[in-house]
Design a protein around this ligand. Structure first.
Ligand code: FAD
Ligand code: NAD
Length: 467
């Protein structure tokens, strides 16, 4: 029976454990903060639960356009109830995963793990777990998986104080809504929280170090979001790099590199993450890391030391729960000698849970425009879609990208209220190398937003015919 020790109980760690359990391996998962990891307890699950509550306000705001009159000024936000719901759901999901692991025979250890320096010629590796009471336990594994995730990046001159200078993990302890929230960083995390707090009626200023929100996402999609946020009263400061945040009583001042100052009641720092790799003893164990401390892995999750694998945010490959889980499973299949396909990032679907949502898969428009991939592209505004008109949707679009000669779908983007669901047919096409003709010939429901996907594909087929 193969002995496996997994450090970290997030999606990378727990999905790996479940995959290996199916092969009868002897598995120990050591986690310091709670099964489910930061994903379930602090990041992904809490933020999406919080956003679900704010979405109700979005619907209420839209009601008047559809002929329903609601007293929007008199809706109240029970913040403590929203926060309690977030916490309850996160802990319940963590408990579910914990029970599942135990029922599959996985040994769970609550503690902080560190690798023992690798000894040459020895087949198994040792991991030392420090438990809450300070005692240590040593676990030996023929296979080790490091899945320790990442933590919010803290600027030296913007130290969180749990009250007014906050990371996204401290938001759910707020007792009252901020009067004026300054969000620093316009990546996915920043954009989602700007959206959520705006929907709760909070005045929000977004400080973006770049010339737009979501600098790494599809530009057309980011521009839609910028318009929407502007309409909802968000102040966007472009090319603004925050150097320092200072609290003075009930107010906070953000000092930008160009000399500007922004004053608000609270600051939310969303300036990225750093991998949890500093205290693992990687160097002594001979495990290579790249810039920023991310663990270097190949496409089957192997590190530079035989028998030691790494998966998830600590590798910095593509910081998504779905990718972390896939890397973890791949590591186990490889370690156990099962047939395994190396991870393919070109098929990963992801979504940004703003309103509208932004979802994408495969090759990006930017890569196509840069000439990295020859492709034919189409962008179809939802304004032409019957269902969108019925629902009063004014914005959004569907994009599909395909190979010029074969029409094989290589990517796409959807911007719509439920784009995270709408992207699946395009993801399915990318994963299975379906053509735009395959999509075009698929019946979509009339009227439906997915009708725009089949229609977009039809427009590319017409192109196809002219080739
Ligand atoms: C605000 C936010 C929202 C997000 N929303 C989404 C989303 O909607 N969809 C999506 O796909 N992704 C989302 N992500 C990304 C997703 O949360 C991460 O990609 C995912 O958590 C990575 O999983 P992981 O297993 O690598 O690490 P984690 O979930 O961070 O788990 C790692 C675990 O290891 C533990 N650990 C660390 N060091 C040690 C040690 N030395 N010993 C023992 N245990 C240790 C940690 O405490 C933690 O419990 C979001 C991220 C953020 C910040
Ligand atoms: N819905 C989802 O799936 C979801 C949600 C949140 C995060 N994530 C994952 O997490 C990853 C990281 O996203 P993120 O937004 O947390 O981090 P990020 O690194 O993508 O964005 C941080 C932003 O902050 C900016 N920044 C850094 N220092 C700054 C400063 N001093 N002043 C002003 N701006 C500054 C950076 O230029 C960058 O644009 C995403 O790529 C995604 O994979 C996913």
């Amino acid at each position: 029976m193969t002995n496996i020790v997994i450090i970290g109980g997030g999606p990378a760690g727990y999905e790996a454990a479940l995959a290996a359990a199916a092969y009868g391996a002897d598995i120990t998962v050591i986690d310091s903060d709670g099964i489910g990891g930061a994903c379930v307890l602090w990041d992904c699950v809490p933020s999406k639960t919080f956003i679900a509550s704010t979405g109700i306000r979005t619907e209420i705001r839209r009601a008047a356009d559809l002929g329903i009159s609601l007293e929007t000024d008199h809706t109240t936000v029970a913040l403590s109830q929203i926060h309690q719901r977030v916490r309850d759901l996160a802990f319940a999901q963590s408990a579910d995963i914990r029970s599942r692991l135990i029922s599959e025979g996985v040994r769970l250890v609550s503690g902080t793990a560190k690798l023992e320096p690798t000894q040459t010629g020895v087949r198994s590796h040792k991991v030392i777990a420090t438990l809450a009471d300070g005692t240590t336990e040593t676990y030996a594994g023929e296979v080790i998986l490091i899945a320790t995730g990442a933590s919010p990046r803290i600027l030296p001159d913007a130290q969180p104080d749990d009250e007014r200078i906050l990371t996204w993990r401290q938001l759910y302890d707020l007792e009252e809504l901020p009067e004026h929230l300054i969000v620093i960083g316009s990546g996915v995390t920043g954009a989602e929280f700007v959206h959520a707090y705006t929907e709760l009626g909070v005045k929000v200023t977004l400080v973006s170090s770049r010339d737009r929100v979501l600098p790494h996402e599809d530009e057309d999609a980011a521009l839609v979001l910028e318009d929407v946020l502007a309409e909802r009263g968000v102040t966007l400061i472009k090319h603004g790099r925050a150097d320092k945040v200072v609290r003075d009583g009930d107010s906070v001042t953000v000092y930008l590199a160009d000399g500007q100052q922004v004053v608000g009641s609270h600051v939310l720092m969303t300036v990225g993450s750093v991998p949890n790799t500093q205290t693992l003893g990687l160097e002594e164990a001979g495990i290579e890391t790249a810039r920023g401390g991310y663990i270097t892995v190949d496409r089957v999750s192997r590190t530079s030391v035989p028998g030691v694998y790494a998966a998830g945010d600590c590798t910095g490959l593509f910081p998504l729960a779905s990718v972390a889980a896939m890397q973890g499973r791949i590591a186990m299949y490889h370690a156990l000698g099962e047939g395994v396909s190396p991870i393919k990032l070109k098929t990963v679907a992801s979504a940004i849970f703003t309103r509208p949502e932004i979802a994408s898969v495969g090759v990006s428009q930017k890569a196509i425009d840069a000439g990295e991939y020859p492709a034919r592209t189409v962008m179809l505004p939802l304004a032409t879609n019957a269902r969108a008109k019925m629902s009063g949707l004014r914005r959004g679009f569907v994009k599909i990208f395909c190979r010029p000669a074969t029409g094989v779908v290589i990517g796409g983007v959807a911007v719509a209220p439920n784009a995270s669901e709408l992207i699946l047919p395009i993801a399915l096409a990318v994963q299975n190398k379906l053509t735009v003709s395959d999509l075009a010939q698929t019946f979509s429901v009339y009227p439906s937003l997915s009708g725009s996907i089949t229609e977009a594909a039809r427009q590319l087929v017409r192109h196809d015919d002219l080739d």
